[in-house]
Structures are given as C-alpha cells and as structure tokens.
Design a binder for this molecule. Structure first.
Ligand SMILES: Cc1ncc(COP(=O)(O)O)c(C=O)c1O
Length: 361
C-alpha cells in the first residue's frame, strides 16, 4: 500500500462515532423505556398508509411530496414556507449546523445533552463551549450561556426540555439568549423534540420576531414513527430557503412522507394528544409519587422521561425482567427512564418494587 498524507478532516478523525445501544432491543416481550420512543405503535391510519405503499411495491419511483409541507405546517401552527421536513430531528439538527458553523467557530451547547447536537458541531470542526446543567435540580446554566455569547460564536443550542435531564428552560430565558446571539450574528437552535410533552415552553410564536431562530421537532416520540425517521425544522421562510440548499431533494423517503401526511386526519392528531396526555397526566404523577415514597431520587422533568440516580444494580435487574432503561454516563451514576402508558407504568412499578424488596432483604 502506498502511504500518502492524511485524507480525513482532523475534527472527524478525532471523533468517536455516537454508538447508542440500539441492537437487540426489538423483541416483542420487551418494555422499551430506554430510547424515549412511544411505547405503542402509531395510530392504525398511519400503519395502513405504510402498508398500502408497501403493497403497491412501486419503490422504483423517486419520492414525490405533494402537500407534505402544508400538512406539517398545519400540525405545527405555522405556514408551509416556514417548515422543512427532515430525516428525523437528527437531520434537522445537522442541516442547521451545516448552514451556520464552520471550522473553528464557537458553538455553545449546555451539557449534558442529546449527543447528536454535539456530534453535528464536532463534524463541522466547531469549538464547543459547554456550560453545565448543575445543582440539585440540574438547572439550565443561563448566566454562563449568556456570558459565553461573544463574537466568534456562530450557534447557541438550547434543548427544551433537555434530554437527558428533563430540565425546562423558561421562555424568557430562551428569548434573552436569542436576542443576545443576534447581536453577535449567531443562530439559535432550539431543540423541541419533546414539545408535545411541554407545549408551554415552545418559542414557535417567535419565528416572525427573530431572524436567527431555528426550531427542531421530531415525530418519533409523540406520533410513534421513530423507525421511519421523521422530523422538521421551523424557522422564517428566508432561513428555510437556505436549509433547502443543504438537504437533498429526495432525502425523505416516500414511506416517511406518506406516514407524516396522515397528520391531516384529525384522528391521528387526537391519538398523539391522547398518548401524550396519558403519559403526562396519568403515568408521570403515579411514577413521581412512587419514586418519592421509595426514596428514589429523580430530577424534575418537563418531558416524557425521568433521569434518576441509579440505585446500584437497578438497570441489570430490570433488564433481566425484560424492561429496558438507559444508563447515562453524565451525570455519572444516572439512568434515564422513559414514561409509557398507565399499563406500562404499572408493569414497571411492579418490577421496581420487586427490586426494592430484593435489595432490602
Ligand atoms: C433532544 C432530541 N432531539 C432530537 C432527537 C432526534 O429525534 P429523531 O431523529 O428520532 O427525530 C432526539 C431523539 O432522541 C432527542 O432526544
């Protein structure tokens, strides 16, 4: 082999791939509380749209999108020029980052947070500034973020509510960040993947006011189509026009577009609302009460999951009983547990009770 110079860009060469524990978890007998997926399949109208498409078998045709943007815009309460569909929230994050960030630019990403937010900036060769969520409630580091917004910073990321901490960022703080970022010509990416679980936090009403605001949404958690990879960006029309230059014209598969378009059916939207409401108004209080009564420390969460301090042996005990939860390395010794339906929650509590009895014996 002829040895030549390095062909890889340094920032990529220096990275490790993000490798979540995605394998071996799809067996039907698992209760999957590890990836913040919806624990139930999507509404049958969504399933039928996918089945009809598969039955036609016409996979030789490139995707055609029709009124996809209108359907998403209607669902999100904006205009069709203010949205761009993407291959999951992941691609939404990536195209915003590629639009705004190049080698050596400053990007502020409070930590810990969703890995792909950091990943996209690393690929661009950004200099990442990472103020920490801290204190007993893992509070958002507002003062540190404001302090860090200086010339040279091109992007500020606010994940609201944050994954994995569940921390909400008050709207006034997000707006103060957007205003300060605008003064140094930086964009702000507000990741609202969990928006349906905390709709009061959204800054969607601000896109007309701020030209540097980009909102990321996902249809994985609420609609239950993680497997189809569906997300979108909301921003003002001029920004969306720029993002269209970056995302490929047929990136979104036909099957994904057809599934998203079922949002035109009120039943599909009602099904999302019903799922989210069951998680937030039935399961979540039941769980928090259970955790308090049993001295299991959880951090206050505005989303459809909790971050807990892991009682030793907790994750393995649950895994042995077909319940999957997710170890988080940061903060050390924590575990993230998605919240499912009432039935899921009862099943989970039963196994945790068993764990506590075995531990305290
Ligand atoms: C905060 C956050 N943003 C974005 C995503 C990406 O979602 P998806 O690519 O499944 O739409 C996730 C998924 O876990 C997330 O937690």
């Amino acid at each position: 082999m002829i040895q030549e110079g390095e062909i890889f860009r340094r920032p990529v060469k220096d990275m490790k791939p993000y490798s979540p524990p995605i394998e071996g978890r799809s067996a039907p007998n698992f209760l999957r509380l590890d990836f913040n997926e919806r624990t139930r399949p999507p509404h049958h109208i969504v399933q039928e749209a996918v089945r009809d498409y598969a039955a036609r078998g016409e996979f030789q045709i490139y995707p055609e999108y029709g009124d996809l943007n209108e359907v998403i815009a209607n669902f999100a309460g904006v205009t069709s020029e203010e949205v761009i569909p993407a291959v999951g929230g992941d691609q939404a994050i990536d195209i915003i980052t590629r639009l705004l960030v190049k080698d050596g630019d400053g990007v502020i990403i409070p930590a810990p947070t969703f890995a792909m937010l950091e990943e996209s900036s690393h690929v661009q060769g950004a200099n990442i500034i990472a103020p920490r969520y801290s204190g007993p409630n893992l509070k958002f580091p507002f003062d540190e973020v404001m302090e860090a917004i200086k010339p040279g910073v091109k992007l500020v990321v606010v994940c609201n509510p944050n994954n994995p901490t569940g921390t909400p960022v008050p709207k006034e703080q997000v707006e103060a960040i957007i205003e300060k970022a605008a003064k140094v010509s930086a964009g702000v990416l507000v990741d609202e993947a969990y928006n349906d679980f905390a709709p009061e936090l959204t800054v969607v009403g601000d896109i007309g006011k701020y030209s540097n605001l980009f909102i990321v949404r996902s249809l994985s958690k609420n609609m239950g189509i993680s497997a189809l990879r569906a997300g979108y960006v909301i921003s003002r029309a001029e920004n969306i026009a720029e993002l269209r230059k970056i995302r490929g014209p047929y990136d979104l598969p036909t099957v994904t577009a057809l599934a998203i378009k079922t949002l035109r059916n009120p039943e599909v939207v009602a099904d999302i609302d019903a799922y989210v409401s069951e998680v937030m108004t039935d399961s979540k209080p039941m769980l928090e009460d259970f955790y308090r009564r049993n001295n299991i420390k959880f951090f206050p969460s505005s989303a459809g999951f909790h971050l807990l301090e892991e009682p030793p042996g907790f994750i393995d005990f649950l895994r042995a009983r077909n319940i999957l939860v997710r170890r988080r390395p940061d903060p050390l010794g924590t575990v993230r547990v998605s919240i499912g339906t009432k039935e899921d929650t009862q099943a989970y509590i039963k196994v945790v009770e068993e764990f506590l009895r075995a531990r305290d014996k």
